[in-house]
Ligand binder design. Structure first.
Ligand SMILES: NC(=O)c1ccc[n+]([C@@H]2O[C@H](COP(=O)([O-])OP(=O)(O)OC[C@H]3O[C@@H](n4cnc5c(N)ncnc54)[C@H](O)[C@@H]3O)[C@@H](O)[C@H]2O)c1
Length: 362
């Protein structure tokens, strides 16, 4: 049976919480190497994973013959150099979002991966929420007719708590935009299609977090027109007081079409609210069984916290695509297209006007 020998680069919060259990669902995958620039984090990960290869230098890990695939779960400024080194060594790559610091880097990653014919994937994790998968299916099969409006709202309360590298522009590039809104731009692409133009606004309410300088936005808002004529409104905040944080805080997405309305909320990952033309009010509908786990995944849909376990499905998709020698969905192309929207938003704020979105054909 073919195997995927995986190296995890960056063993912080997300690697061990999401990717490690996800790989555990794939009998053909084995974590053979770990890398973290922090020796204490590396040693903890090495013990938890139980692998022989461990290094603080990603180049030592991604070039090893034993390694066939690399998962990159490091701060944003390191994604491109690590991905390009892994691709140059012929490894398949799953990279955390946002895949890069800007469009130029994202384009280099996408082009290099395609040229090297390796599998490439962007960790747009929330595409894998059962309710989001069902919502995408309903939109695609015409259930709500012609899409008119896309709306998303992500509200969390971090107050002045520290965000680590996420609050530093040279390490993260953007704040709430890359951290949270990038996923919701991907929802928009998945559900409605490409944006044609955008106009954006941002605020930073706290210049200091946890006693350290924060030079990035805590709030971001965007109005967008889609190529198919639909309109979009997206908002994301880390300072929505009293809203809590994580999976239980607000992550709301709604699409209104000529025939109906679909409403998704992350805190209810196994149901949708559905409205129909001619009917008053929304009906709550359970996500059908076929959407509860990723096709081919060995995950028991009844086991674990539904707000957590869907995250493992992205690793299953990565490993399946490697074994089946097909493209991953979402690939670096989807990551690049989101990066193009982010770049248009930044230009819009700098010039204080609407900006056309580059079609990357990713
Ligand atoms: N898809 C999602 O739902 C999701 C959720 C959280 C985080 N993320 C993304 O995952 C990435 C990591 O986020 P996190 O919350 O795990 O951060 P983290 O700070 O908890 O972990 C990052 C780890 O990378 C290590 N590191 C830094 N530079 C390195 C280098 N050059 N080589 C090797 N290791 C290095 C750090 O020591 C740290 O242990 C970010 O891009 C973030 O946006 C995605």
């Amino acid at each position: 049976m073919p195997k995927a020998n995986v190296a995890i680069v960056g063993c912080g919060g997300i690697a061990l919480a999401n990717h490690l259990p996800g790989l555990g669902l794939c009998p053909e995958a084995k974590v053979v190497a770990v890398c973290d620039s922090d020796p204490a984090v590396l040693e903890r990960a090495r013990q938890q994973v139980g692998c022989n290869i461990a290094s603080t230098d990603f180049k030592e890990v991604v070039t090893r013959d034993e390694v066939t695939a690399v998962i990159i779960a490091t701060p944003n400024f390191t994604h491109a150099p690590i991905a390009l080194a892994a691709i140059a060594a012929g490894k398949h790559v799953l990279c955390e979002k946002p895949i890069a610091m800007d469009v130029t880097e994202a384009r280099m990653m996408y082009d290099a991966a395609r040229k090297a014919k390796v599998r490439h994937m962007t960790a747009f994790t929330y595409r894998f929420v059962p309710a989001m998968r069902y919502m995408a299916h309903l939109v695609k099969t015409g259930d709500i007719g012609q899409p008119y409006h896309f709306r998303s709202c992500r509200l969390q309360d971090w107050g002045t708590r520290g965000l680590g590298w996420r609050q530093v522009k040279k390490l993260a590039a953007t704040g709430e935009l890359g951290d949270m809104l990038s996923h919701r731009i991907d929802y928009a692409h998945l559900l409605v299609g490409q944006f044609s133009r955008v106009i954006a606004s941002q605020r930073r309410f706290h210049d200091q977090r946890d006693g350290k300088v924060s030079d990035l936005e805590d709030w971001i808002g965007m109005l967008g027109d889609f190529e198919n004529g639909a309109s979009g409104v997206l908002e994301s905040s880390k300072v929505a007081t009293g809203r809590g944080e994580g999976g239980k805080s607000q992550d709301y997405c709604e699409v209104n079409g000529s025939e109906g309305t679909l409403v998704y909320q992350l805190e209810r990952p196994l149901e949708l609210q559905i409205g129909k033309r001619g009917r008053a009010g929304l009906e709550t509908v359970a996500v059908p069984n076929e959407f509860l786990v990723w096709p081919g995944s060995k995950r028991d849909p009844k086991a674990g916290d539904p707000l957590v376990v869907f995250r493992y499905d992205q690793d299953v998709e990565f490993i399946q695509a490697i074994l089946e020698q097909r493209d991953c969905v979402p690939g670096f192309g989807e990551g690049l297209q989101v990066q193009a929207v982010m770049e248009a938003m930044l230009e819009s704020m700098e010039k204080e006007k609407w900006v056309k979105v580059e079609r990357t054909d990713g």
